[in-house]
Design a protein around this ligand. Structure first.
Ligand SMILES: [Zn+2]
Ligand SMILES: [Zn+2]
Length: 254
């Protein structure tokens, strides 16, 4: 069974509410054997110096937690890097920091958050277009292990808009580069019951030859840890997909 949550934020993220150790204890209570912390690096709103300070403490804490709980649960020091293709110097530095999992995300377009309904509704079509263009640039640049919450723009614009040809181009590039698709269960609680990406996009990924997926709750609070992960695992394996996790930047199935 897949008792893993690959996308978790602790207080090392600006919006995380729970201490890393408390998340580990909660994960143990739920019977998880794998937990990947994917703290934020949002250079649109955060300085790299601040990140470096955080990273030192984060690294130390992951080492401490691994030695304390490592016989019960595998703990991975991961990172959710927003628009890494725009910050190549910083990405080079990050690549030397021993992260076990590097998730690439699009969180901002033109300095505005895609998740927070900051976008004027009249321009939904344009925002969706810009979002997927940014995602295409991200995967074309590559160098990340997986793409976080693929159609997150649904959260910001409140509907699902996309050009099928663009989605195909993004998925094909991901498959070519071996960038894994994350299925982020936060969509189930945050939108209309569909994960990020929605089930029909997961099917499109599959039909184009995509196979590998990771599953993460994207939790920032206690109650969302591992939420909907088991059900999603069941659905994805029925579709013929292979859920796995990243450790030492390598995809492994469990
Ligand atoms: Zn994110
Ligand atoms: Zn996240």
């Amino acid at each position: 069974m897949y008792r893993a949550d690959t996308h978790v934020h602790s207080t090392f993220s600006f919006d995380g509410r729970v201490k890393a150790e408390d998340l580990v204890l909660l994960a143990l209570e739920k019977g998880l054997t794998f937990l990947s912390f994917t703290e934020h690096l949002d250079l649109c709103t955060q300085s790299f110096d601040d990140f470096l300070t955080m990273e030192k403490a984060f690294s130390k804490e992951i080492a401490r937690l691994s030695s304390r709980y490592g016989d019960q649960i595998q703990i991975v020091k991961g990172l959710e890097f927003a628009e890494p293709h725009r910050y190549q110097k910083e990405l080079l530095a990050v690549e030397k920091m021993n992260f076990g999992y590097l998730l690439g995300a699009v969180h901002f377009i033109d300095g505005r958050s895609v998740a927070r309904k900051e976008l004027p509704p009249k321009e939904n079509e344009e925002h969706a277009k810009r979002y997927y263009e940014e995602l295409f640039s991200l995967v074309t640049f590559g160098r990340v292990d997986a793409v976080a919450h693929f159609d997150h723009i649904r959260r910001g614009i409140g509907e699902d808009r996309y050009q099928l040809s663009t989605l195909r181009d993004i998925f094909k590039e991901m498959i070519r580069k071996d960038i894994v698709l994350e299925v982020n269960t936060s969509g189930i609680r945050r939108t209309n019951g569909e994960p990020f990406p929605s089930r029909e996009k997961v099917l499109l990924y599959r039909s184009l030859g995509g196979n590998k997926v990771t599953i993460g709750s994207d939790t920032h609070i206690e109650s969302n840890l591992y939420q909907f992960v088991e059900e999603t695992y069941g659905e994805l394996t029925l579709l013929g997909l292979t859920p796995g996790v990243f450790s030492r930047r390598t995809f492994v199935t469990r």
